[in-house]
Design a protein around this ligand. Structure first.
Ligand SMILES: [Zn+2]
Length: 169
């Protein structure tokens, strides 16, 4: 089998070209996402949640406490309830598109590893929640797996039948 992009010979069961890193089934979907970029995306996701919820709650509570301490407390508690819900809705909206906040920022996206199609919300929830827990077991072996896997799949990718790509500009 030959790569549709660089036309060099590739292993028949590989979906990433070992020469040019392109996603062989649908080259325009992008190239293999770097391990480091995936790691950074993983750090960005909880960071955004923390910034939005904790700092957002503090700012909103602080602003309203200028008017009165009681109003500040009420608005702070309200924000502490509403902001996580808003974050969850936003997160699920992004998951439906095959990305997370961190992946969107870094231009990464998750696709079905055979067809290149959007995995859909169900598979993304399976990947991000159940899959990540499994990948974290045994010293995060499931994450490191992506470094050596021929299709750069972590365990949570294997479970959901997905692959992470970096979109072409
Ligand atoms: Zn190639």
């Amino acid at each position: 089998m030959n790569c549709p992009s660089c036309e060099k010979e590739v292993a028949p069961d590989s979906v990433l070209c070992s020469w040019c890193n392109v996603f062989i089934p649908v080259p325009e979907k992008g190239k293999k996402a770097g391990f480091f970029a995936r790691f950074i995306a993983l750090l960005i996701d909880p960071l955004i949640a923390v910034i939005l919820v904790f700092i957002g709650t503090g700012i909103i509570g602080g602003i309203f406490s200028i008017i009165s301490d009681k109003l500040g407390a009420i608005m702070g508690i309200t924000a502490a309830v509403v902001l996580p819900i808003l974050y969850l809705i936003w997160f699920l909206t992004l998951l439906k598109e095959g990305v997370t906040p961190g992946k969107r920022i870094l231009g990464l996206h998750v696709v079905n590893y055979q067809t290149g199609e959007n995995p859909g919300l169900g598979k993304m929830i399976l990947r991000e929640i159940v899959g990540r827990i499994i990948s974290m077991l045994f010293l995060s072996l499931g994450y490191w797996w992506a470094l050596f896997d021929k299709n750069s799949q972590a365990w949570h990718d294997k479970l959901a039948g997905t692959i992470v790509l970096k979109a072409e500009k």
